[in-house]
Unconditional design. Structure first.
Length: 162
């Protein structure tokens, strides 16, 4: 079986702590190694502009591992931002437009678990889920504290998943 490479990275929670502490430094490392060859679209509801997100990303890498000017410029060159509510279909219609011709985006949910289902539902409704992958971040450690029986008996948190 041939595994398809992702052709866009969308990360929800772009202005949050996980983005600051881990995602931006990881993206800079990918850029440094020539492996960030796709659009990177951050999504959050913070009232920010793209320039503010880029400033936050730069501050992040300066404090969480060190700024590599050349790699950061590559990251900044592919970084986009959508300021929108996760329950608003307009946010996801804007995302669909920004994805352009991307057919296999990776959606990384660095958001509270109670929002996963809504975001997946909105991705599907906007046509952003077909051919995509969704990865959820365990930002509060909740998964580590659940037993196998808890997971088996729990309702599907992502009922709208494709």
């Amino acid at each position: 079986m041939t595994e398809l490479a992702s052709d866009a990275l969308v990360f929800f929670g772009a202005t949050g702590d996980l983005a600051y502490k881990q995602i931006f430094p990881a993206l800079q490392r990918l850029a440094k190694h020539g492996e960030l060859n796709m659009p990177v679209i951050g999504v959050a509801k913070s009232g920010w502009t793209l320039d503010q997100l880029k400033k936050r990303a730069q501050d992040s890498v300066e404090h969480e591992g060190g700024l590599d000017t050349e790699a950061f410029q590559k990251l900044a060159g592919v970084l986009e931002y959508i300021d929108g509510d996760y329950t608003d279909p307009a946010t996801f219609q804007q995302l669909r437009k920004r994805l352009g011709s991307a057919q296999h985006p990776l959606h990384y949910l660095a958001i509270p678990p109670e929002l996963f289902g809504e975001v997946v539902k909105q991705l599907k409704a906007a046509g952003c889920a077909e051919g995509a992958r969704v990865v959820v971040a365990d930002i509060d450690g909740a998964a580590a504290h659940r037993t196998a029986a808890d997971r088996q008996d729990a309702p599907d948190p992502h009922p709208a998943a494709p």
